[in-house]
Write a protein that binds this ligand. Structure first.
Ligand code: PGA
Ligand code: ZN
Length: 416
């Protein structure tokens, strides 16, 4: 049977994200219903990311997105009316061409993404498939479905928190085979950590950062890691977890040096600092250990660590196939953060995934620090066969909505 499900209308509006900043929500209508999507936003954005269009006027301190909304309602919607939603590639191509710039600066990646993801939701419905299965089809992923390992942010620093930790994210990655068990472990450690922080630093220290991890008054990364290990040990989970750190080093890279509050490092010194951390702690991976243009030190670290340690590019790659190719040529990393809003369309994000997978890299699907309650990335991570997902702490609505969706998918997979 030929499936026909055409776009009747697309309507965008301005809503708020988890930080209280405006963002874009899209509603797309077909004969099968109304399909929604909303767009996240980063705080520690990489310089190679596609452009997020903001109004720059007085309201919302320049952060309004009425221009982006207008682009959807007045430019994109008329072009896509009557298009078949199952033709994701073709629709994304129309969006890319309509914009016509290299970094989506005409329409804004936020306008484009909102539409691209709503189209995918409508396409899944047209094919009568759960979203993750439809996304597997779109990405030609023929492997058995699996829920990725989740990286739970339990301590926040960097631009996501008001403390003095320079490293941005301290994540635990429970190692059980079943996602729901890993979620349980993460939640138990999270609450144990809260107790330890409260006892050691007082009640105020249990405040959280943008992604829901605690933001205690620490300076040294080792202190944060020790707290996490203590919490894990108290519960008998020490052997069951690994740690991934998102250093987000571009944020403290100045004039060729890495300037942190626990010391100033030249690139090579930072390489040694990381090697010591890896020796001492159960570290599985380091994300953005250097700034996005410091290829030399990325390469050096890669050469010095064992293959199983993940050196992960986020700002470095910006979910951009060209950057991923460059990073492979320079042997800079073996893991790719995939954030669909860094590139703007679903099709391009899938292309980035396929390319990184073809190099044998691990794939980590990621939320942004400014999130909405859209759970698209949960389905996306399963659909494309990601190895990991990071969606923040196992707390706060905009974070747990992703984990809760994975719980549902896990149940569904058990009965397939
Ligand atoms: P961002 O941070 O969403 O603020 O860019 C997340 C990350 O760096 O992984
Ligand atoms: Zn990052």
């Amino acid at each position: 049977m030929k499936i026909s499900s055409k776009i009747i209308s697309i309507e965008a509006r301005e809503i708020l994200d988890s930080r209280g900043n405006p963002t874009v929500e899209v509603e797309l209508e077909t004969s099968l219903g109304i399909f929604k999507s909303s767009v996240p936003s980063g705080a520690s954005k990489g310089k190679y990311e596609a452009l997020e269009l903001r109004d720059g006027e007085k309201r919302y301190q320049g952060k309004g997105v009425l221009k982006a909304v207008k682009k959807i309602n007045q430019v994109i919607a008329p072009k896509l009316r009557e298009k078949e939603v199952v033709n994701q590639k073709e629709i994304d191509r129309v969006l890319i061409n309509l914009d016509g710039t290299k970094n989506k600066s005409l329409l804004g990646a936020n306008s484009i993404l909102g539409v691209s993801l709503a189209v995918a939701r409508a396409g899944a419905k047209a094919k009568d498939l759960p979203l993750y299965q439809y996304l597997a089809q779109l990405s030609q992923n023929e492997n058995q479905f699996k829920i990725p390992f989740a990286c739970f942010n339990v301590i926040n620093g960097g631009v996501h928190a008001g403390n003095e930790l320079d490293f941005q994210e301290f994540m635990i990655v429970p190692q059980e085979k079943i996602f729901s068990k890993n979620l349980q472990i993460a939640v138990e450690i999270y609450h144990q950590l809260k107790k330890i922080i409260k006892k050691k630093y007082g009640n105020l220290a249990t405040n959280v950062g943008d992604e829901g991890g605690f933001a205690p008054p620490l300076k040294k990364p080792q202190e944060a890691i020790e707290l996490i290990l203590k919490a894990s040990k108290n519960l008998g989970y020490l052997k069951k977890i690994k740690i991934i750190l998102d250093i987000a080093a571009s944020q403290f890279f100045e004039n060729g040096q890495y300037k942190t509050r626990f010391g100033i490092f030249k690139g090579k010194e930072l390489v040694n600092y990381y090697l010591n951390l890896i020796k001492k702690y159960p570290i599985l991976g380091l994300e953005d250990p250097f700034s996005e243009d410091d290829w030399e030190n990325w390469k050096l670290l890669r050469e010095k660590v064992k293959k199983k340690i993940l050196i992960i590019g986020d700002d470095l790659l910006a979910t951009n196939p060209e950057r991923i190719k460059m990073a492979n040529e320079k042997n800079a990393c073996n893991g790719a953060i995939i954030k669909i809003n860094q590139i703007g369309t679903l099709t391009e994000a899938i292309e980035a995934v396929k390319l990184a997978q073809s190099f044998g890299w691990k794939i980590i699907v990621s939320h942004r620090s400014g999130e909405t309650t859209d759970d698209f990335i949960a389905d996306f991570s399963v659909g494309i066969g990601a190895d990991f997902i990071k969606a923040g702490a196992p707390a706060r609505g905009e974070r747990v909505v992703k984990y809760n969706r994975l719980l549902k998918i896990e149940k569904e997979l058990q009965s397939l």
